[in-house]
Design a protein around this ligand. Structure first.
Ligand code: HGY
Ligand code: MN
Ligand code: MN
Length: 416
């Protein structure tokens, strides 16, 4: 296959302008974004993305999970398309680039190929996956998970948010529930550009992360029941303090993760306290423990140790405890051919690079189950993400999109 010339580059200013334009939709309170999945703001972001795709001459597809597919024809209409994309939904206190860079980086490839009238044998399809974040509706990567056959669509539709609203109803309400069967599309390959969301690339002065693997993830929802009672008049020995139980369990979570240092991590980001009143001892707490490691045996060990520790702690305190696995995936090894396309693209373009294990989960982790898949990463400032202060440089965005384009175009086969 002919490789693209090293002077094939995207238009970094145009990509940056699109990122800043998208960032205006669902603004946060501190310079980032709050464009959570299947909210009105998500719908607005989708509409803007669709208008840009149509302006670039792409034909639009939409499946029953709201996954968006914008297709540029190849010279061989029967050739399986090369897909490229990520997600437009954000955390409640999200950054402007998490996911968005991968979707708009894919669109920038199309805009550049159109500018230069470059044709490829395989069609290219830019993709926006619904609900990658899993923050309003667990689990993360929900729609790419249905696409890859991990979850059933009915199960996904029935997921409820904090207010009891169902995912399927909300997707229909914002008008982005399509007709296409989810997962019917077959792919030649899938590529995803994403910010690292960690400190390694910036610390080592590397432009590009060649993602060979993704670490595994486990989400266990823990419910501890005690007894609501007055914080003033209930004697200490009589208390059934579920909040205190949670505090001791979270200390154990931290120790469990440290026991597998340096490659394991653990914490709880979601915590609900009931009744959450200043003068009531919490009678019930519900929280989600997030464990991650590149080694599945370590993840299983951390899950087991959590259950043992939480059961012991709650037993000693007269509290009840229950567990529910609400998300997770095993460590991922990406496709060697696609990874090589990414690495040789970085080399051809003269960008510094290093192999990398992704610390965060991505739609590519599920799509890797159904198509040859790889990821490109760029640095982010201080490795910070899932924070409105998330920041990248224009140069990092450009380098990442250049490498993404070369990997995609080489795989889609340029037609001379
Ligand atoms: O949780 C994750 O790793 C991803 O950001 N959804
Ligand atoms: Mn992301
Ligand atoms: Mn994220």
């Amino acid at each position: 296959m002919a490789s693209p010339g090293e002077n094939l580059k995207i238009n970094g200013d145009r990509l940056w302008e699109s990122l800043m334009e998208m960032a205006k939709i669902g603004p946060g309170v501190a310079g980032g974004n709050n464009r959570q999945t299947v909210t009105d703001e998500d719908g607005e972001g989708r509409a803007l993305f669709q208008s840009w795709c149509q302006a670039a001459g792409l034909s639009m597809g939409l499946d029953q999970m709201g996954n968006m597919f914008a297709r540029r024809e190849g010279t061989d209409p029967n050739a399986l398309p090369v897909y490229v994309g990520s997600h437009l939904d954000t955390q409640p206190t999200g950054g402007k680039y998490d996911g968005v860079l991968g979707v708009l980086g894919g669109l920038e490839i199309i805009r550049t190929l159109n500018d230069l009238d470059i044709k490829t044998k395989h069609p290219i399809v830019v993709t926006n996956w619904t609900n990658e974040e899993g923050t309003r509706y667990a689990p993360a990567m929900l729609a790419s998970g249905v696409f890859a056959g991990i979850h059933t669509q009915d199960w996904a539709y029935d997921r409820v948010d904090h207010d009891g609203k169902k995912f399927g109803d909300e997707l229909a309400r914002i008008g982005w529930r399509g007709d296409e069967e989810v997962g019917a599309r077959k792919m030649h390959a899938f590529f995803e550009l994403h910010i690292e969301q960690g400190p390694i690339l910036e610390a080592e002065g590397k432009d590009i992360g060649v993602v060979t693997h993704g670490q595994g993830l486990s989400w266990t929802q823990v419910t501890i029941e005690g007894k609501d009672s007055h914080t003033g008049s209930t004697p200490m020995p009589m208390r059934k303090n579920a909040g205190l139980g949670m505090a001791r369990v979270l200390e154990a979570v931290d120790q469990i993760a440290w026991s597998h240092a340096p490659d394991a991590v653990g914490a709880a980001g979601h915590i609900d306290v009931f009744p959450n009143s200043r003068n009531v001892i919490p009678g019930r707490v519900v929280f989600t423990v997030d464990f991650r490691s590149p080694d599945i045996a370590v993840i299983r060990d951390m899950e087991n140790k959590l259950r043992v520790a939480a059961s012991d702690i709650c037993g000693q305190m007269g509290l009840s405890v229950s567990f529910e696995k609400v998300g997770g995936f095993d460590p991922v090894e990406f496709d060697e051919g696609c990874v090589t396309a990414v690495r040789s693209a970085a080399e051809r373009l003269g960008y510094s690079h290093r192999d990398l294990i992704s610390g965060a989960g991505h739609d590519a982790c599920w799509i890797n189950r159904v198509a040859p898949t790889a990821m490109v990463m760029c640095p982010c400032v201080d490795g910070l993400s899932h924070n409105e202060a998330e920041e990248i440089s224009r140069e990092w965005a450009t380098a990442g999109a250049d490498v993404l384009m070369h990997a995609v175009v080489e795989t889609a086969e340029i037609v001379e």
